[in-house]
Design a protein around this ligand. Sequence first.
Ligand SMILES: *Cc1c(COP(=O)(O)O)cnc(C)c1O
Length: 349
Amino acid sequence: MLDFLRPSVRAMAGYTPGEQPRAGGVLKLNTNENPYPPSPRVFEALREALTGDRLRKYPDPLGTRFRETAGRVLGVDPEGILVGNGSDDILTILTRAFVHEGGLVVSMTPSYILYRTLAELQGADYRAVPFTAGWAPPDPWPVRRADLTFLPSPNSPSGTALPVPVLAHLADQLEGPLVVDEAYADFAEADALGLAKAGRVIVTRTLSKSYALAGIRFGFAVADPEVVQHLVKVKDSYNCDALSLVAAEAALEDQDYLRMTRARILATRARLERELARLGFEVTPSQANFVWCRRSDRPVRPTFEWLKKRNVLVRYMAYEGYGDGLRISVGSDAEIDRLLEELAGEPGA
Ligand SMILES: *Cc1c(COP(=O)(O)O)cnc(C)c1O
């Protein structure tokens, strides 16, 4: 059988998601999950969904009720919303819809590495444009002709966001679509929804982080309604199950809860940034629910290993031509206290 696999599939490494340890007692600050539970309304809606006839029947393939809710909450045309089984599903749909075999996918580095995997699966080439020292895209943009250009804002691992005029300027230079991956936009000061409404970019969102629903798998895109009509043909008919649709709709309905948990996370983030700097880390000011930190005096791999031995899991990342760093999710205040305690206790720190 192996010989019959597509060569591009055999050759690719595959995407490795952040570790999800099975053993208990591990403080997980490695995959940017929300430290707070989802809105109580999500649990209510799920309980109610289980009492009816929902599980016996197929779900709504378009997620009409979710689209109406999201359209109202975000001020966008519901027809311009595409639902997905996590925003990774949305990114896959976009790649399948826009990227030709032998085509080109472009993103930046250091950044989210799933885009490369998606390009490889599609049999396309991939190119990563380095960020400038100030976490901006180079101007002029060097690769104008691409089937698809992915840009996370806020970016992972840096946590830095690109100002809307910078995104607009970049979109103007491209001869293909720009996808702004806004997985962390709810933690940022601005977002690109206005550009998506104007049809100048495609914005992708996830409920995994700001809405604390990583286990449910739900994401969506905001794009030109006419484009969405074509994207619907590319997705699996029932890519979102009945329970995820119900949970996602209830989560979006509770904007007060989002504001409250967001405010807590931003306050803890500010404290984490200050304390990391005090411990000698170089900290990049974050617009997301994680903090990227490095050291100029030594590599941070030993720090990662030390924390891991102490049952504190953060994300270690190293990028060619850039070096390494730790991406630390903003947990609850108690969790961050524990992290800081272990960091202060590192031998040689
Ligand atoms: C977490 C993350 C996603 C994926 O979110 P899911 O909805 O859980 O698939 C997409 N892009 C970036 C940059 C992320 O960090």
